[in-house]
Ligand binder design. Structure first.
Ligand code: DUC
Ligand code: ZN
Ligand code: ZN
Length: 471
């Protein structure tokens, strides 16, 4: 039988960032080619009755197989990380090709391609991490890489092996301005963290809970304000990543009210975890929730929900940074329980990102359209992947999640698909979970079951210039 479509999804309740409509979706060669009623029969058909058809999620901040110092190793590579992603409704990931000091950016990118090649099951793009902005990097490498499809880069205001001085930040922002790229900023004040850490360790305070004490909201607030001021000086949009709570939100909103193009991202940990999850004086389990910036308190969680609703945040990402708990290359470096400042930073969350945010939709806190905007459309636009990704429209890739909005799930690590030995959300119940998941028209998850597609089917996406969404 010759048919017009490889696949037709029947009775789809399509939700994009701006619309909701019922139709059949016709897919050919991995692309949406028809949205309409009573489409002709296809080789394969899926009935979406009772499900929402959402554009596949884009996780624009996750760390997979990123080279680590000092005998540490991320638990997820491109295979296990993208497997978990798609099981949670995410069909595109954007992890980081990280430059080590002294390394050329190009070699960091080449190395990262080797790590992704033959492993990813979803499509992927790369952000860069710029840690050594030499004249060669600023004048030649960055402009060439931006032109080649790496149009966003992260910079750090903390961590000795990554942080840039204010002068260096200005130089990098200036390259972004001239070449239309997007700078993502990790905003925490390095000297304040070092000073507090010394005081705590000298006082014999080593438990994981002191991680949060060493990085209070004020030091994120200061760095956020400084990043905003530097971007204003250079006159370039920036995006503040992993915003943890009300201190930084206040600064971002202040800047946005002044008409500055300050974009912001937040993550599930700032909606659901708090400093209390880092544990008490005794015990090491709190290491499972050590990430930076640290989770804050209930009032900050409320502030993050409210800012998501108000449009202060443009992007909702996982910041999946996978280190297993019982692992000498993970949360117990060298097999030991270490002082808080030596615990690797980061928590897993690539699979639970969308369900955790969707629970806010189920509870009436967030609209469905806002959910799609934060998790798919805006990341696609800001990171140069739109209109191929980020929406369900004719001509877009058929990256579609058929989402069951009524399904009640209690999260257990056993049922997740990452390679990490815990989830910080163990035992938490949510309403809404992906039922079927398609990447370029190929069914990768059916009725919640991972179908085990060929590792390496995921394609690299060269990113275009950022499209700056309205604030
Ligand atoms: N920053 C991140 O973006 N991820 C993990 C740890 C960190 O500091
Ligand atoms: Zn960071
Ligand atoms: Zn991160």
């Amino acid at each position: 039988m010759t048919t017009m479509y490889d696949l037709v999804i029947r009775n789809a309740d399509v939700v994009t960032a701006s619309e909701r409509f019922s139709c059949d979706i016709g897919v050919k060669d991995g692309i949406v080619v028809a949205l309409g009623r009573h489409l002709d029969a296809a080789r394969r058909e899926l009935d979406a009755t009772g499900l929402l058809a959402l554009p596949g999620g884009i996780d624009a901040h996750c760390h997979l197989d990123q080279p680590m110092p000092d005998g540490l190793k991320m638990a997820d590579d491109f295979h296990t990380g993208t497997r978990a992603a798609v099981c949670g409704g995410t069909t595109t990931v954007i992890p980081f090709a990280a430059q080590a000091k002294g390394q050329s950016l190009k070699s960091a990118v080449d190395d990262y391609h080797r790590r992704a090649n033959g492993r990813a099951v979803t499509d992927y793009a790369f952000h860069l991490i710029v840690s050594d902005p030499t004249p060669e990097v600023l004048e030649r490498e960055l402009p060439e890489l931006i032109a080649a499809g790496y149009t966003s880069f992260k910079i750090y205001m903390t961590y000795d092996d990554l942080k840039l001085s204010d002068r260096e930040i200005l130089e990098v922002m200036d390259v972004a301005r001239r070449n239309e790229a997007l700078v993502m900023v990790h905003a925490e004040n390095s000297d304040c963290i070092a000073w507090l850490t010394d005081k705590l360790t000298e006082a014999g305070k080593h438990a994981p809970k002191y991680h949060a004490v060493s990085r209070p909201g004020v030091i994120e607030r200061e760095a956020t304000h400084r990043a905003i001021a530097l971007s204003e000086l250079v006159d370039v949009p920036i995006l503040i990543v992993h915003v943890s709570g009300e201190d930084a939100i206040e600064q971002i909103e202040w800047a946005q009210r002044r008409g500055l193009n300050i974009y912001a991202e937040t993550c599930p940990q700032y909606l659901y975890l708090s400093a209390a999850d880092l544990g008490h004086e005794d015990g090491y389990h709190g290491a499972k929730c050590v990430c930076s910036p640290p989770p804050r308190d209930a009032s900050s969680q409320k502030a993050v929900w409210s800012a998501l609703k108000r449009g202060v945040f443009s992007v909702f990402s996982s910041d999946h940074a996978p280190f297993s708990y019982d692992d000498p290359q993970g949360k117990k470096p060298g097999g030991k329980e270490v002082s808080f400042e030596h615990i690797p930073n980061g928590i897993p969350g690539i699979e639970t990102r969308l369900p955790l945010l969707f629970d806010g939709v189920s509870r009436g806190t967030l609209s469905l359209n806002k959910f799609v905007e934060l998790t798919s459309l805006n990341p696609a636009k800001l990171y140069g992947l739109y209109p191929r990704k980020g929406t369900i429209a004719i001509g877009a890739d058929a990256d579609i999640v058929l989402w069951d909005p009524r399904k009640q799930v209690t999260i257990h690590n056993d049922a997740l698909h990452h390679n990490v030995d815990y989830t910080p959300y163990e035992g938490r119940s949510v309403q809404g979970w992906p039922q079927h998941c398609l990447s370029r028209g190929e069914l990768l998850v059916e009725s919640g079951r991972y179908l085990g597609p060929e590792a390496g089917r995921g394609r690299f996406l060269a990113a275009g210039k950022p499209q700056f969404v309205d604030l």
